[in-house]
Design a protein around this ligand. Structure first.
Ligand code: MTE
Ligand code: CO
Length: 425
């Protein structure tokens, strides 16, 4: 057995000699990224421990988790941002992700009163107010109604909120990581509202959470009747406690604050409730002292996740630039990328599904000759809306805002491959 595997390895080494690579047409040209095969590599020529010994059996990992070599791929918080960890936020490690789906355990968390741990058998959803028939549902009741599966991004309105007055946080995890993108399974809210029967003067819904903060927000009835879901699953399994187990509202394309977690009550009314979250918070203070209110939709936005401060360029020659684009108004139609601070733009290669109100993945395959770069991306959505520069945004919105900062991000890539968050003056 052993002898055989050694013989195999020797054969493999012979096959991988530089001469045979050239013979096979896999020439080592400029920009190619394969390792130099002219020097013997013990990782090829020697039998390794993980080949020598048996691995864990199927009884050792009843619920799987990532490789121990991926232990840096975690949500991170910024301790000085908030006074307590219970009313706080941590950030999705966007620079470590690929494709469009955010793994459940890496979805950023935003709580106003910590994570409620709710026994689904004791959870109820109540519909009251301007309805013909007030109703109370158990989780089992909800799971017996027609359900649907949809992939949507959730972005906190405060994503990039620290960047209004200039470049602040060094890493796309911190500047853009209040976004995640998962597949939800849930019941259309319309099904539940139809069952309760809306009265003719029903104009607004108030969604209320069952956590210690009892967070609540007003939502126009038209949105509630269009694409809102009462979700009980994400990425094929029950919601995580952090994401509102056992039930959360999914409000596609609209600011994350409306996506009430641990959803326990929906009241139907004829006007908005003017809750804390829509008066003192989640309004956008303009330069002239007036405030924008009910700014629900998340406009088109994008960010290059690699290279970025947490994802340095390590090699000259062949490299992959990558990032995400999204829009609360529809699909992503095009993403432009600049390597010189917006002087020249090229169209990025979009790969993977392009879905309505979902993160979309883009790439630029490029050769890096070790020069300084100023990397930017610009999203264009299906309505023709073009992501603005930060200066264009400030002209309209001033610098007092926290919310809805969708300006173009710049990473300055130094000659050593490290990058930093900068703004072009
Ligand atoms: N719902 C309740 N009940 N309590 C909360 O603190 N936070 C809101 C929203 N729903 C919150 C809530 C905010 S501000 C955002 S951005 C999203 O949930 C965050 O969702 P996530 O934790 O799944 O990322
Ligand atoms: Co939020």
């Amino acid at each position: 057995m052993r002898d055989k595997s050694r013989a195999d390895l020797v054969n493999r080494r012979r096959f991988l000699s530089a001469a045979s690579l050239a013979g096979a047409g896999i020439a080592m040209t400029r920009g190619a990224s394969a390792t130099d095969t002219t020097k013997p590599d013990p990782l090829i020529t020697e039998v390794q421990d993980w080949q020598r010994y048996l691995g864990d059996g199927v009884d050792k990992r009843p619920y799987g988790s990532p490789s121990k070599f991926e232990k840096n791929v975690i949500r991170r918080d910024v301790s000085w941002l908030t006074a307590s960890a219970e009313s706080s936020v941590n950030f999705t490690p966007l620079h470590e992700l690929d494709g469009i789906i955010t793994p459940s355990g890496l979805c950023f968390e935003r709580h106003h009163g910590g994570v409620a741990e709710i026994d689904p058998a004791k959870h109820r959803l109540m519909i009251n107010g301007l309805v013909e028939k007030p109703l109370v549902f158990t989780m089992d009741d909800i799971k017996r109604m027609p359900r649907t599966n949809r992939i949507y991004f959730l972005e906190c309105a405060a994503n990039s909120g620290m960047e209004w007055r200039g470049a602040q946080l060094n890493g796309c995890q911190f500047t853009h990581g209040m976004v995640h993108n998962v597949m939800y399974t849930g019941v259309p809210l319309k099904v539940v509202l139809d069952e309760a029967g809306l009265r003719p003067n029903a104009k607004w819904l108030m969604l209320e959470g069952g956590d210690a903060s009892g967070m609540n927000r007003s939502l126009p009835v038209e949105k509630g009747l269009s694409d809102v879901l009462l979700a009980f699953a994400m990425n094929g399994e029950a919601l995580r406690p952090e994401q509102g187990y056992p039930l959360r509202a999914v409000i596609p394309g609209w600011e994350g604050n409306l996506w009430v977690k641990w959803l326990r009550r929906i009241e139907v009314g004829d006007q908005p409730w003017q809750t804390r979250e829509e008066t003192s918070k989640y309004t956008d203070l303009l330069a002239d002292g007036r405030s924008r209110k009910h700014t629900f939709i998340m406009d088109a936005k994008s960010v290059v996740t690699s290279p970025s401060p947490q994802a340095p360029l390590k090699y000259k020659g062949r490299n992959v630039l990558s990032g995400f684009a999204w829009s609360g108004r529809g699909t992503i139609q095009r993403v432009d990328v600049s390597l010189d601070g917006g002087r020249n733009w090229q169209t990025a290669r979009i790969d993977g599904p392009v879905l309505d109100k979902s993160l979309t993945r883009f790439y630029v395959d490029f050769d890096w000759n070790g020069e300084e770069l100023m990397v930017q991306s610009r999203a264009i959505d299906s309505t023709g809306y073009v992501q603005p520069t930060k200066d264009e945004l400030r002209k309209v919105r001033g610098v007092n805002s926290i919310y809805h900062n969708n300006g173009i991000q710049t990473w300055l890539v130094h000659r050593n491959g490290d990058s930093e968050n900068v703004e072009l003056g």
